[in-house]
Structure formats: structure tokens, C-alpha cells
Design a protein around this ligand. Structure first.
Ligand SMILES: [Zn+2]
Length: 245
């Protein structure tokens, strides 16, 4: 009888974990059967994450997304958007996550040493993608959706995520041949750069698309809100804490 009760308790706990981490309004990325985050594999712990803009062409043969990266300047050049404004929008995208979590983002000029590298796609497709690689074991990949955002691989059938693993490297790539804009204008066929980068950074720090519409992490692009929603913030805080100092 004890065994039966124990098993029931375990199932209940597993169900609770599932509910906590995959509530309708947010969902965490599951790769190779684990939740993933930067820094210590410990819930609610902050991390310092470096990022760089690709300055030379680079290839990552094992990456499913963003395997060929061109300098981010390629996007600036092709879109004709003012470079200074593009950098400023990118800084605000990182800041939006850092302001509400224990994450600190530090820019580095050396993409080879950066945790997150942002560039233009060498093989342009879709809109923007993210590739997340875990610290140990085989390379983890995020599968692409038709809309061009990235989505996690499904966890193994019949089993829930098995703990938390650390992210080793993330790549974010933008299609330089598609049109981009700065600011909302109600035309949903051209994506706002900051909104899209904030969304991709969300994937790069361990977030997946939520089960309901409305969040910035929703796979559907809309212009109803420019900043993170409650669900986005809750998801990031589960991984990195509130950053209360
Ligand atoms: Zn996405």
C-alpha cells in the first residue's frame, strides 16, 4: 500500500511540475528532455551572459538553425535602417529581459567567445531563428516553424522533462532579404526588429511559445504590446529569478 501511495504522490508531483512549467500563458523550452537555462542548472538562479554581433561570416555545421551567419551589418546594409538606431533597438531588447530577471547581458566584440551571437542568415529563409546548444552531450537543435520563429523539439513521448541543463551557446539569425522595420505601424507583414529580437532572445534564454495568444513569446507576430507580458516575465523568472538586489 505504501508503494501505491508513493507512486501516486510521484505522479501528482510530476503533474504539478508540468503545470508549473507549462502553464497556458508561458512555456519553457525543452531540449533533449530537459529544461534549459544559462548559468547554474538551478531554478531561479541568475546568470551573466555575453553577446556579440557577428562581424565576419561564420559557420556552425552542427547547428540546425543559423548554421551560416553573416555579419549583422549585412542586415543594416540591406534594410537601410539607421545603424545607430538598430543597435539601440537591440540594446533595448536585451534590457527588457535583464530588467525583470537575474540575467545580466554583457556585450563583447569577439563573437567566438560570446555566449549569444546575432547575425544575418547566410542562407536566407523565413524571418528569424534561434539555435540553442547545451553544455554537454549531443547538440540540441530547435526546429523551425513555418512562420520563421523557432520552436522547441517535443520532449520524448510519455516522459516529462528530466531536470535542468545549462546552455552552452546560442545563435540568433535574421533574414537580411526580408523587410524589417523599427516601430509598429499596424502592418503585420513587416516585423519590428526589437520585437523580433526580444522574442528570439526569449528562445535563446530557454523560453518556448506559450499555449495562448497574446504574449511576446507567442509564435504569432502581432503589435498589441511592445513589452514583455506577465506570462513572458513569469517564464523567465522561473529560470533566472527576479534579479532583486
Ligand atoms: Zn519563436
Amino acid at each position: 500500500m505504501m508503494l501505491g501511495r508513493f507512486a501516486a504522490a510521484m505522479i501528482f508531483l510530476a503533474a504539478m511540475m508540468n503545470t508549473m512549467c507549462q502553464a497556458d500563458d508561458h512555456r519553457l523550452l525543452v531540449l533533449e528532455g530537459s529544461w534549459v537555462k544559462w548559468g547554474k542548472p538551478q531554478w531561479g538562479s541568475g546568470a551573466i551572459v555575453s553577446f556579440a554581433f557577428a562581424s565576419h561570416p561564420q559557420t556552425s555545421p552542427s547547428a540546425r538553425n543559423c548554421s551560416s551567419l553573416l555579419p549583422f551589418d549585412e542586415l543594416v546594409r540591406r534594410t537601410g535602417l539607421p545603424q545607430r538606431q538598430v543597435w539601440s533597438e537591440a540594446a533595448m531588447a536585451f534590457a527588457s529581459w535583464a530588467q525583470v530577471t537575474g540575467l545580466t547581458f554583457v556585450e563583447t566584440k569577439d563573437p567566438a567567445r560570446a555566449d549569444i551571437v546575432i547575425g544575418a542568415q547566410g542562407n536566407p529563409t523565413g524571418r528569424a531563428f534561434t539555435n540553442v546548444e547545451l553544455d554537454a552531450g549531443p547538440v540540441a537543435q530547435t526546429a523551425a516553424t513555418e512562420r520563421g520563429f523557432a520552436i522547441s523539439a517535443e520532449p520524448p513521448r510519455g516522459t516529462g522533462p528530466q531536470g535542468l541543463r545549462s546552455i552552452r551557446k546560442a545563435l540568433i539569425c535574421f533574414n537580411p532579404l526580408t523587410r524589417w522595420k523599427i516601430g509598429f505601424d499596424g502592418k503585420l507583414d513587416v516585423y519590428d526588429l526589437r520585437y523580433t529580437l526580444t522574442h528570439e532572445i526569449g528562445h535563446a534564454i530557454g523560453l518556448d511559445h506559450p499555449g495562448v495568444a497574446g504574449a511576446l513569446m507567442d509564435f504569432r507576430y502581432d503589435e498589441k504590446h511592445k513589452s514583455l507580458t506577465k506570462g513572458d516575465v513569469e517564464a523567465a523568472q522561473r529560470l533566472y529569478g527576479t534579479g532583486a538586489r
